[in-house]
Design a protein around this ligand. Structure first.
Ligand code: NCD
Length: 329
């Protein structure tokens, strides 16, 4: 047992494990490449216990007195607020810097300086930034853990962890599943991280995208090397009956240099109740959100629509990660 109501109530100021031996204590979370299958099992065990604790007691003092700096150079609704909720559910508090234009960044301050300033006031920094590798750069300068909340078109490791946790909680296991990723596979960072994480399991992957938005060759190469069966397609219809998890993404408008190119591909796929008429009865539809038309709202009442449940799983995973890097799990 990693957490229990009893030890939380009896020793509210003591760490649960020995901080010095907690394996993730002080570590940054920059890429899913850091995680082994064993690590994932551990993270999901902690996340599962966080879920049970939230359901039983709501908020508890595991991270009382700890401070998180939420540093966002790009817009966010779910990631920023779920990290805030996660920290507050664990009794900690948050410095929100959601609008860097009101911070010293607008005066031209560099990322290393901003991070080195914020760590004077906080114990962990969650960073979203438009440039690939920004979190890794920040981590080179910071003494406190950096959590990558999206680095441009690079990675979004905490989203991939919550996506995988959703699959496990909803489908019971990952091995043996056919996962279809659909939409903007070129610029969508969540699908980059998720494909890499899924490659640790025995699965089949289908990649469906417009021709100009295919999965980066680098990631296809990594999957091939690991012997993961995958195929790239343009149409969803033929593949939907065999799909267990359909992961839909938005075309990332902000990454296009030419808006006309975006306009050409933005409405390529629209998932409706009719699309699902030939799907398995226990298939799940996921989406990192926000959606901008690629899943019709008529689908929301279908129990297979898992995207709002997925958001809730995200808070438990982020609670687990915060507890881990702060040495309490
Ligand atoms: C995603 C992102 O920021 O990459 N959103 C999220 O974190 N839930 C997906 C997106 O913006 O399309």
């Amino acid at each position: 047992m990693i957490l229990s109501e009893k030890n939380i109530n009896s020793s509210p100021h003591l760490p649960f494990g020995d901080q010095r031996t907690a394996p993730w204590y002080g570590k940054s979370i920059l890429s899913v490449k850091q995680f082994s299958k064993q690590d994932l099992k551990y993270i999901f065990e902690v996340a599962h216990e966080m879920r049970e604790m939230v359901e039983r007691v709501g908020t508890f003092d595991l991270l009382k007195g700890k401070i998180l700096a939420n540093l966002f150079y790009e817009p966010s609704t779910r990631t920023a607020s779920s990290f805030t909720a996660a920290m507050e559910r664990l009794g900690g508090s948050v410095i929100p810097i959601n609008e860097v234009k009101y911070s010293s960044v607008a005066k031209g301050e560099s990322l290393p300086d901003t991070v080195r300033s914020l760590e004077c006031y906080s114990d962990v920094i969650v960073l979203r930034h438009p440039e690939v590798g920004a979190s890794a750069l920040a981590a080179q300068y910071a003494r406190k853990p950096i959590i990558n909340a999206g680095d441009g078109i690079g990675e979004h490791p905490t989203q991939a962890l919550l996506d995988l946790f959703t699959i496990i909680e909803e489908k019971g296991q990952v091995d043996g599943l056919t996962v279809t990723l659909l939409g903007d596979l070129k610029y969508g960072r969540t699908v980059h991280s998720l494909s890499r994480l899924l490659s640790l399991y025995n699965i089949r992957l289908n990649f469906i995208s417009p021709e100009i938005l295919t999965m980066p060759r680098e990631i296809i190469g990594e999957l091939d090397q690991k012997g993961i069966p995958s195929q790239e397609l343009r149409m969803l219809e033929e593949i939907i009956p065999e799909t267990d998890v359909l992961y839909v993404t938005r075309v990332q408008k902000e990454r296009f240099e030419d808006t006309k190119e975006y306009e050409k591909v933005k409405g390529t796929y629209i998932i409706t109740p009719e699309t699902l008429s030939v799907a398995k009865k226990d298939m799940i539809v996921m989406h990192p959100l926000p959606r901008v038309g690629e899943i019709s709202m008529d689908l929301d009442v279908d129990p297979r629509a898992a995207y709002f449940r997925q958001m809730e799983y995200g808070m438990y995973v982020r609670m687990a990660l915060l507890a881990m890097v702060l040495g309490k799990a």
